[in-house]
Unconditional design. Structure first.
Lengths: 255, 338
């Protein structure tokens, strides 16, 4: 089977060019807004907060906040990336090109995930300026970072195909992802919740992402790291199936 | 546009559209179809039957004009061949490759200039053309792209953002994108819609030069004069059905009617009884007689008509003959179908 590497590179570079062209909006803005959390909760009032699982509060929230940016930006990047050509009509060129669905997805999702990973690493570096912390399992941290960026970029791709207007692109990140992240243990350990809420929280998939990511940082987690990894992979699989179905049926891409 | 040497100035880039065998022109050539459409159907989920049992063969190296009123199915047909719309039945082969099972090979042959000005507004001309080349699986070739842009008078605008270009320039950018991967087949969907006369002439010239280099061109148009000017063959589609495919010249010969218009010295209130045998029409408040005749008939009847007019003491001060245009033929065909 031949692979149209030129096409993958063309889509990838085209998408990344948009990032560099809109550097302030794509990179600087989320880095600055996330850094404000570290300034407020890390440096300013973090010292007055109690430690959680033996970790200073400022350091405790770092994985959750990186995950928050990673999820929202992955979805936003990928959904915008595929929705824009649909909106402007330039999608005709991608659909008429000798490219397979896998190559299209690799180009769009690869670029979206790359942006999110760059963003995540920048936020991590910025956080280190305000909050002292060490990373216990750096390779696992990187693995969770890449896996999450990839999974949610795929999810964003699905949203971008599904959305029939720019307003809908914002619905999922704003109305679902952000609340789930805030309630998924970004700012607290779910062990601090009453037992009933602990059980309810376990239905929140973001809990597993944050827990696994935090384990990679500090070696402590709300749920077993194996379950976190399995849940992330399961969601990746669901997203892959979703994308496969879109191309098989031509859903909102081909009439 | 850069007339004269379209994509030929650099010897290393000679025959830029060469993909193996070099096709011969429609006039000279062998008749193996480069596109073969068999029993093609398209029904949208709304239930609208956009195409009904379309059978069509496009010859290698020809210019084929697809005519039809709005909503006839022209763009749907093109979109299916190019892979943008899924067919519900039938088969399409492009240069021997099935568009579904062997879509890579099929699509690699095709360049498409869409009807609408779909552009990446914020990109530069160069970036968007280079993107197109990569997307179609071609390695970078700045020299070739430069020639394409120069030939379309776009070289000076290569670093300009597309949003800063005029409508005509955007249309050229779309053509450059379609040519970026050196296609053998070029689809032009309403290429001159909304462009000024100069640009339209430039595009006709471009199309001719491309054909000279062996590119097969399929164009849809509302401008019948465009088809009349350029096409080797004409297809007419109406309500999703291909109602006619014919050599342009044959079509005009076969269906073209000739008319003789006589400006009368004295207006007539009605036709004299002795002239009813002729296919005559009294126009312009009786000042003009219009005689319609078959160009292929053994006798046109003109001599008899003139004798009859003389017999009735009907004098005329001027006469003029004209042949029906492709537009009239097209309108009549579609009207008959309706």
């Amino acid at each position: 089977m031949t692979i149209n590497l030129y096409a993958i590179r063309a889509i990838y570079q085209f998408e990344m060019a948009r990032t560099w062209r809109t550097l302030l909006q794509s990179i600087a803005s989320p880095v600055i807004s996330t850094s404000l959390y570290f300034v407020v909760f890390g440096s300013a009032i973090g010292s007055r907060m109690v430690e959680i699982d033996g970790i200073s509060y400022g350091a405790f929230i770092v994985p959750g906040l990186i995950m928050l940016s990673l999820l929202t930006e992955s979805i936003s990047n990928a959904s915008f990336g595929i929705h824009m050509p649909k909106f402007t009509g330039t999608i005709y060129e991608v659909l008429s090109a000798p490219v397979s669905p896998l190559e299209i997805v690799t180009g769009f999702v690869g670029a979206a995930a790359s942006k999110s990973i760059i963003l995540g690493i920048l936020i991590l570096a910025t956080a280190r300026l305000f909050v002292p912390f060490e990373i216990v399992h750096p390779l696992w941290m990187l693995a969770f970072l890449v896996l999450t960026a990839l999974t949610f970029s795929l999810f964003g791709f699905i949203i971008g195909v599904w959305a029939d207007g720019f307003d809908k692109l914002q619905i999922i990140p704003a109305m679902i992802i952000t609340p789930l992240t805030f309630l998924g243990g970004s700012f607290y350990s779910i062990n601090m919740l009453p037992p009933l809420w602990q059980q309810i929280t376990l239905f929140n998939p973001v809990v597993y992402l944050i827990s696994g990511f935090r384990w990679a940082f500090y070696g402590v987690s709300d749920v077993s790291v194996g379950i976190s990894l399995a849940m992330t992979l399961a969601f990746l699989l669901v997203c892959l199936l979703g994308v496969w179905w879109i191309f098989k049926t031509g859903y909102r891409l081909k009439s | 546009m850069n007339n004269g040497q379209y994509l030929k100035s650099d010897p290393s880039l000679d025959r830029p559209f060469n993909h193996g065998q070099w096709p011969t022109s429609a006039q000279g050539g062998h008749m193996q179809p480069v596109i073969s459409v068999r029993h093609l159907d398209k029904a949208y989920t709304s239930g609208h039957q956009a195409l009904k049992d379309i059978n069509l063969e496009i010859r290698r190296g020809e210019i084929f004009a697809l005519l039809g009123p709005n909503g006839a199915g022209k763009t749907t047909l093109i979109s299916i061949i190019c892979g943008i719309v899924s067919p519900t039945g039938g088969e399409v082969m492009v240069d021997g490759h099935n568009i579904l099972s062997d879509y890579r090979a099929a699509r690699a042959q095709i360049g498409l200039v869409p009807q609408e000005l779909f552009t990446n507004t914020f990109e530069s001309v160069w970036a968007t053309v280079a993107f197109s080349r990569g997307l179609f699986g071609k390695p970078k070739n700045p020299a070739y792209l430069e020639q394409v842009l120069r030939s379309l008078s776009l070289w000076d605008k290569k670093d300009a953002k597309i949003m800063a270009l005029s409508g005509g320039m955007k249309r050229r950018v779309l053509i450059a994108k379609a040519l970026a991967h050196e296609p053998n087949i070029l689809f032009l969907d309403e290429p001159t819609a909304g462009v000024d006369v100069d640009l339209r002439r430039d595009m006709w010239e471009l199309v001719r030069r491309l054909r000279e280099q062996g590119v097969t061109i399929i164009l849809t148009t509302h401008y019948i004069e465009e088809a009349e000017e350029m096409a080797d063959r004409v297809g007419v589609i109406s309500k999703g059905e291909l109602i006619l495919v014919e050599d342009k010249a044959t079509l005009m010969n076969k269906l073209g009617k000739k008319q003789l218009k006589l400006q009368l010295q004295t207006p007539l209130s009605e036709l004299p009884g002795g002239l009813t045998a002729f296919q005559l029409e009294l126009c312009d408040n009786g000042h003009q007689l219009v005689y319609t005749y078959d160009t292929h008939a053994e006798q046109t009847g003109i001599a008899e008509l003139l004798r009859a007019l003389s017999g009735h003491q009907i004098d005329f001060k001027d006469l003029q003959s004209s042949q029906s245009s492709l537009e009239e033929i097209f309108v009549n065909l579609v009207r008959e179908k309706a």
